[in-house]
Design a protein around this ligand. Structure first.
Ligand SMILES: Cc1ncc(COP(=O)(O)O)c(C=O)c1O
Length: 395
């Protein structure tokens, strides 16, 4: 690659020092290469279902092309409030809901409102890198507490988590179901974290973008992951960030939401004014339809992903060099490879030799070194083909 010319003036040093995505470091070399089976990104290979696209088309045709309120159109805020109330079995008023332009935008708005230079947010790792970057780009520290891997899955050490918090800690950030691990926090984990946050006067942030992609019903027969919202009171220091990307296959639409105490919502609206001034109008209209009519679609994709998960667990788990715990939720097989020292170099080697695109574990932090992530949200034929190609290298 050619050296770029020097910039004519300086940028913030923290911005200049940001590392590019290590997933893209693998994918950029082969984005359009024919024959590659891309399992590196966290998205389904299914396009958004037609009934949602049609709702966006109808909104465009009806002239829904103007600015919206910073916190979102009332219809979508009301729809989200009713949806969260239904999922969580208690009432969430519309004043608790702010619409955002994606989950990552929701995370950034929250961090902008919490993190001053020198503050820290404690995160549970390995973790999708954008969460840590949103903290560091503001001059904060993303303080990492690793999950403990085991044959039966991942476990959170609560003592370690609480020990990591100090006087400059502003929040604990808990992504459950987790990307890349598929770890799901237990109701006891969540109750303990919430009690700690209440006592310390810090925020408990739940990143719940995979809340519907769970493979077993809970004790109450619900197919949704446990959340701080199940147990929090309206004024508890709890923030839930969410997204339309995964539940309704809408990654490219950029739509999400935040549930937070009512008194915080106005602040989020103010911050949103100079970030995006409201999510795209006709996309918000389509979001209403996605939630209102989308339950059968969610059932369908989760059934597909469950079959894919079983196939991957059986085939990949049977390969000699692989150690894999069957994920409980989300879209990923995150597995250890015996003898692999450099996951980035190895992901590139796999791409070159097998034509399969995987994400290197190092993309999710130093704890991810030695691991690879495979997104199984793809059709059974392509998935089987990818596993056939991986077999000679990993067996
Ligand atoms: C853990 C986690 N949080 C948030 C997001 C953000 O999703 P989006 O910005 O597409 O809504 C992702 C996307 O992969 C994710 O994996």
């Amino acid at each position: 690659m050619n050296e770029l010319p020097r910039l004519p003036a300086r940028l913030r040093p923290i911005v200049e020092s940001l590392k590019g995505s290590r997933i893209r470091a693998v994918s950029d070399s082969a984005f359009d290469r024919p024959g590659v089976i891309p399992l590196w990104f966290g998205e389904s290979d299914r396009a958004t279902p037609a009934f949602i696209c049609e709702a966006a088309n109808r909104a465009l045709t009806a002239g829904k092309t103007f600015y919206t309120p910073n916190r979102g159109i009332p219809a979508l805020r009301e729809t989200v409030a009713a949806y969260v109330s239904r999922l969580r079995g208690q009432t969430f008023g519309v004043e608790r809901v702010t619409i955002t332009a994606s989950g990552v935008n929701a995370i950034m708005l929250v961090m902008q409102s919490l993190v001053d230079a020198g503050d820290n947010v404690v995160i549970i790792t390995p973790l999708w890198p954008n969460c840590a970057d949103a903290i560091t780009v503001l001059g904060g520290e993303a303080r990492r507490v690793p999950l403990i891997p085991g044959d039966a899955g991942w476990r959170l050490d609560l003592d370690r988590l609480f020990d990591a918090c100090d006087a400059r800690t502003r929040a604990i950030f808990l992504n459950s179901p987790g990307n890349p691990t598929g770890w799901v926090a237990t109701p006891d984990d969540l109750a303990a974290v919430l009690a700690f946050c209440r006592q310390r006067g810090i925020w408990a942030i739940g990143d719940e973008v995979y809340e519907r992609i769970v493979y077993a019903p809970d004790a109450r027969g619900r197919r949704v992951s446990p959340s701080f919202l199940d147990i929090a009171k309206p004024d508890d220091p709890v923030i839930s960030v969410n997204s339309f990307s995964k539940s309704w296959c809408m990654t490219g639409w950029r739509l999400g939401w935040i549930v937070a105490p009512a008194a915080y919502g106005e602040t989020l609206g103010k911050i949103n004014e100079f970030n995006i001034s409201g999510a795209t109008t006709f996309v918000q209209e389509a979001g209403v339809t996605a939630i209102r009519d989308g339950e059968p679609f969610i059932d369908e994709i989760v059934a597909q992903y469950a079959r894919a998960r079983d196939l991957v667990a059986q085939r990949l788990g049977g390969m000699r060099r692989v150690r894999l715990a069957r994920p409980e939720a989300a879209l990923y097989a995150f597995f250890q490879v015996d003898g692999m020292a450099d996951s980035l170099a190895y992901a590139k080697e796999i791409l070159a030799k097998c034509g399969v695109g995987l994400a290197p574990g190092i993309a999710f932090g130093p704890e991810g070194e030695g691991w690879l992530r495979l997104c199984f949200a793809t059709g059974p034929q392509r998935l089987s083909q990818a596993l056939d190609r991986l077999e000679p290298l990993l067996s």
